[in-house]
Design a binder for this molecule. Sequence first.
Ligand SMILES: Nc1ncnc2c1ncn2[C@@H]1O[C@H](COP(=O)(O)OP(=O)(O)O)[C@@H](O)[C@H]1O
Ligand SMILES: [Mg+2]
Length: 288
Amino acid sequence: MNQLKIKNLKKTYPNGTKALDDVSLTIENGMFGLLGPNGAGKSTLMRSIAALQKPDEGSLFLNDINIIEQANSLRQNLGYLPQEFGVYPRISAYQLLEHLAILKGIHNSKERKELIDYLLERVNLFQDRHKQVKGFSGGMKQRIGIAQCMIGQPKLIIVDEPTAGLDPAERNRFHNLLADVGQEAIVIISTHIVEDIQRLCTRMAILHRGQVAFDGTPQKAIEQLEGKIWQKEIDRKNLAQYQQEYQLLSQRMNLGKQVIHVWSEERPSGFQEAPSNLEDAYFRKLEA
Ligand SMILES: Nc1ncnc2c1ncn2[C@@H]1O[C@H](COP(=O)(O)OP(=O)(O)O)[C@@H](O)[C@H]1O
Ligand SMILES: [Mg+2]
């Protein structure tokens, strides 16, 4: 069992933006979801864990590796897919993985070939291995990104917003691939998409304005709301009035009708109890 211990992490950028404001989390093997809106500090946290950026304060340990002081030891145990993995050289998928495998210290050429073939199979790109990565679709690029994460059997895998920009079928394929990977390592996936967490993660944290607004299982997040979420079908023109009167969590169209969800200890008159779901839990945490 691996353990990542994040303690009292703080980071303020030179322009005064407080990106991490005392973040503490303990994360073990399995899929961990880091959920938060844009600007919450997810990428800052992930770059800090990946030893690409130093926090101002706090400590970071992967097992007994002090990430802040032993960046090289960390890198040997890390697979990282950054949010912007945009620039691809004009080389094939195979060549790209080969290059990265050499960088990760896999010098035996037979062993390296076996590994790369295995990874290409695993991410379902073996057929396309001689095509240029530059010409890949978004989903294929993310799959090659995951393949490079797995080189060297890392203890810690970090994927930063991997599903942004993928179409539903690609997202689905990518979810399945991630679920496969997340067995023997710590896998941290950041996202602003609640459904990613719902489908993949057994543990999660919600990051909001640089702070941990929730830390636990998705189930627990949902249970905390039980009996406190109420729904009503309303006339769109009255939306502003409901927004004023109630703690509105969500408003969405359902079969052409406007349906709102609100948070309340007691049932507001005219409302029905709504089945609790993770999206409401997320919006509630952002409000509170
Ligand atoms: N290099 C930087 N310089 C200044 N501000 C930054 C920098 N990187 C991120 N920020 C700011 O820090 C906050 C957190 O950003 P980020 O960690 O990218 O959040 P997320 O990944 O959740 O969208 C945002 O307000 C962002 O604008
Ligand atoms: Mg980000």
